[in-house]
Design a protein around this ligand. Sequence first.
Ligand code: HH2
Length: 260
Amino acid sequence: MGVLNVTPDSFSDGGEFLDPSAALARLGEIAAAGAVICDIGAESTRPGSEPVGETEELRRLAPVLGGIVGGAPLAISIDTTKASVASAALDAGAVLVNDVTAGRGDPDLLSVVADRGAAVCLVHMRGEPQTMQHEPRYADVVAEVRAFLEERLAAAVAAGVPEERVLVDPGIGFGKRLEDNLTLLRELPVLAAIGRPVVVGVSRKSMFGRLLGREVDRRMAGSLAAGLLAVDAGAAVLRVHDVPETVDALGVWRAVRGGR
Ligand code: HH2
């Protein structure tokens, strides 16, 4: 899953793809590089980010969504917490709604997904983006994330989303300390045991700043290593900014692990 942020403030690519033609060119690059899904977002959820209103989110997305009506070169995911934005993206041909609140942010989001026959990615997040990194504490991070994802899976099914259309995501960096992120990556098989595909987003995140002392533009190698470890531990989808490099890394992984 390649990331396309149509935002001025995303932590790694903020402002780069606000221009519609740059965004559509980026979409083509992500597809050509071998991604299967492009996750388009117009609201940053990085720690400390400001929430964006529906009008502004739709305004940023409109040219990109207009550009994919009638066919995108790969499956489109919409990274939003709002039912209205999800609905507009589904109208334009998106097939997946990636909601970092796992359906808790907007009471209508899961029913929009259900009514439209779309898929949904349910992400674990402790608190809100503005405050989520203020001293997060877990007694047992793996058990708590698993219980949360199971509860949200049940909520999605209760809203009418077939279980086969649900993906789950531990939300690396969403209200977690470095040690929590590392434990979740190590214990990913516990989350895979939920029985739904596990999505993992580690790409360029601040855990590599803490672990390796790297600024955002020097985090690719760490992201590739963590991504491969996640796939080896059972992740089904990697959400990444560096698509060509990730495709190569996965090619090596597949060759070595072949037949597994
Ligand atoms: N991480 C971010 C945003 N959306 N969605 C899923 N499913 N999993 C993630 O780990 C995840 C996500 C944060 O990264 P990014 O989009 O690059 O930054 P920003 O939120 O600042 O736009």
